[in-house]
Design a protein. Structure first.
Length: 655
């Protein structure tokens, strides 16, 4: 037996075919009727015209009239014209009626569509209003859950609030999403003590004696009540995890464009690795605890990114490969107390200004290796303190600032402080003025400085080893003015290159080092100056150094060394001056030195050591001492017996 549904499905094509046949039959019938009607009308009209032309006879019997061919043609022509006119008029009338009906139908359809649209709009508005009321209720319910005493209920409230934010996001309601995010961030800003994060204590009361303003004890006590949320650690971790999930590039509902206010929050085990922040974000005065705080490969894109006075505790803090794209990125007065590592390796800082002023780093290892600082105005570590026990490292870091890169008054207390192969390309200034370097090693190996001014003014090096081995200075002005080197073992500028208009070590102080090395160092530029510099090392060596430019000056320089050596040093400056220089100690050697200057003056220089030697110079051009004859003037003093060779001037020999 076939079901009714099946019968209906089977009969449907037959019904359609029958309807089509009926339509064709009706059309054929009306066509035949029209032809017959038109023929009858034409016959009647022609009969009347034949009667009118003949003037007599029957009005109905056309065959009773006897007309010639012309009259029959005329009657037929008039009949055809009249019938055609009548048919045309009828057709025009039908067309008019059809058009009027169509216009009326169209107007009716438009009105129907308008009414339908209004009804849909009203329905949509009612639906949206209902939806908003429902979501407002959900918001209230979720917020109420977050205030519950039970940790499980609070966690449920977190997910309810996140789901609500996602629903608002699907409707592009940014303000509503922000409200949900603000609630979650606000929870994290509530008072929290990690020590009481997992116990069931809800209240702590501290009683202390009452005192008068003058400090004397008063009667009675003061009670301080501290309220705690039970087992709040997991609740807070859940909030952080939910936020982090919504900041990933793979998030179905991303919150990256929203603002995040974490200022003053106490956060544990933060994992914002690969998170993307595109809205304003603040971690000012936030406190980070836990085994690990991670912002690895996180991206920050906003006008201002702030970690001012934030504190990082725990085992490890990492910003490896993080990217900061902001007008201002600030870690001012931030404190990094992570026991093992504080990492900014390969981090990128872009924007107008990047600041770590007065920041403190206390981890075993602090690393900015291969970090990039690209600032339109300034990159600043002024007064920052690096107290990392093992190492503070800026190896291969790049500093590109239009105005300034500054480490003024920064303090480095690590066993190893390293800027090896770092590059400073600040257009205006690279500053280490009054910076202090402590520890075993301070290293600027192969570091490059490209600034109008590079300054270590009044900097202090207290490391056992301080080295600028193969460093390159391409600044207009390089200043080590009044810099103090107290390295116990060695201070080295071995193979360093200075390509500067002015290189100044004026009033610099080299003290207590076993060796101070400027061997194979090259000085190029208008002026190289060691005026009033003091060398108190066991040995100060300028072996094979080269001095080029307009002027090289050691005015009033003091050498208090067991050995002071300028052996094989080359002086190519237009003028070289050791005016009033003082050479003390056991031995001073200029053996095989080359003096190519237009004038080299040792006027009023003092050679008080046991032995001073100028033997076998490679070049001796216009070199004058107080005992040298200067026609027409006679020598004013006698050559000291401690100055060699005995036969003066020294004989130039091929080197």
């Amino acid at each position: 037996m076939t079901s009714p549904r099946a019968d209906g499905a089977a009969n449907k094509p037959i019904t359609l075919e029958t309807e089509k046949k009926a339509e064709r039959s009706s059309l054929l019938l009306w066509t035949v009727f029209g032809i017959v009607l038109t023929g009858a009308l034409s016959f009647e009209v022609m009969t009347v015209f034949v009667r009118l032309i003949h003037g007599e006879g029957s009005w109905w019997k056309i065959w009773d009239h006897d007309l010639n061919d012309g009259q029959w043609f005329e009657a037929a022509r008039v009949t055809v014209a009249l019938v055609a006119l009548t048919v045309a008029g009828g057709a025009a009338y039908l067309a008019y009626r059809r058009q009027r009906t169509a216009d009326q139908n169209q107007k009716t359809a438009a009105e129907t569509q308008r009414i339908t649209a209004q009804a849909y709009q009203l329905s949509t508005q009612q639906h949206d209003a209902t939806l908003r009321r429902e979501r407002r209720d959900r918001f209230t319910d979720a917020a109420t859950q977050l205030a519950h005493t039970s940790a499980a209920v609070r966690i449920a409230g977190i997910y309810a609030m996140a789901a609500l934010a996602d629903d608002w996001h699907s409707n592009s309601e940014a303000n509503e999403v922000q409200a949900c995010v603000d609630v979650l961030c606000g929870y994290l800003r509530l008072p929290y003590d990690p020590e009481h994060a997992v116990n069931h204590q809800t209240k702590r009361i501290i009683t202390r004696p009452r005192t008068h303003p003058d400090g004397t004890t008063a009667k009675g006590d003061i009670e301080e009540h501290f309220e705690y949320r039970q087992n709040d650690r997991e609740v807070r971790k859940t909030i952080l995890r939910v936020i982090s999930d919504h900041l990933q590039v793979t998030a179905d509902s991303a919150w990256s464009d929203r603002a995040f206010a974490f200022q003053g929050a106490v956060l544990e085990d933060v994992d914002f690795a690969t998170a993307i922040f595109r809205g304003p974000v603040s971690f000012d005065e936030a406190q980070f605890y836990g085994e690990r705080t991670s912002f690895d490969k996180a991206q920050f894109h906003s006008e201002r990114i702030s970690f001012n006075q934030a504190q990082f505790h725990g085992e490890r803090t990492s910003f490896d490969e993080a990217q900061f794209h902001s007008d201002l990125t600030s870690f001012d007065k931030a404190q990094f107390h992570s026991l093992e590592q504080t990492m900014f390796s390969k981090a990128q800082f872009h924007g107008e200004r990047t600041s770590f002023d007065e920041a403190q780093f206390h981890s075993d290892l602090t690393s900015f290796d291969k970090a990039q600082f690209v600032s339109l105005e300034q990159t600043s570590f002024d007064e920052a303190q690096f107290v990392s026990i093992e190492q503070t490292s800026f190896n291969e870091a790049q500093f590109l600032s239009i105005e300034q890169t500054s480490f003024d008054e920064a303090q480095f207390h690590s066993n190893l402080t390293s800027f090896d192969k770092a590059q400073f390309h600040s257009i205006e200034q690279t500053m280490f003025s009054k910076a202090q370097f402590h520890g075993k090693w301070t290293s600027f190996h192969e570091t490059q400085f490209h600034s109008n001014l590079t300054s270590f003014y009044e900097a202090q090096f207290h490391s056992e080893h301080a080295s600028f081995y193969k460093a390159q200075f391409h600044s207009k002005h390089v200043s080590f003015h009044m810099t103090q080197f107290h390295s116990n073992e060695q201070t080295s500028f071995y193979e360093t290159e200075f390509h500067c208009e002015l290189t100044s070590f004026d009033e610099a102080y080299f003290h207590r080092s076993e060796r101070t090395l400027f061997c194979m160092t090259q000085f190029h530029g208008e002026r190289t100056s060691f005026d009033m510099t003091q060398f108190h090392s066991e040995s100060t060596l300028f072996c094979e150094a080269q001095f080029h430019g307009e002027r090289t000056s050691f005015y009033m320089t003091q050498f208090h060394c067991d050995l002071t050596s300028f052996e094989m040093t080359q002086f190519h400056s237009n003028r070289t001056s050791f005016y009033k220089a003082q050479f003390h100690g056991e031995r001073t050697s200029f053996n095989k030195a080359q003096f190519h200057s237009d004038l080299t003056a040792f006027d009023e220089a003092q050679f008080d050591g046991e032995r001073t030697s100028f033997k076998n110079p490679g070049a001796w051009k216009q070199v004058y001492f107080d005992w040298s004859p200067r026609p027409p003037y006679a020598p004013t003093v006698k050559k000291p017996d401690s100055v060699f060779p005995v036969a003066w001037p020294p004989t130039v020999r091929d080197i």
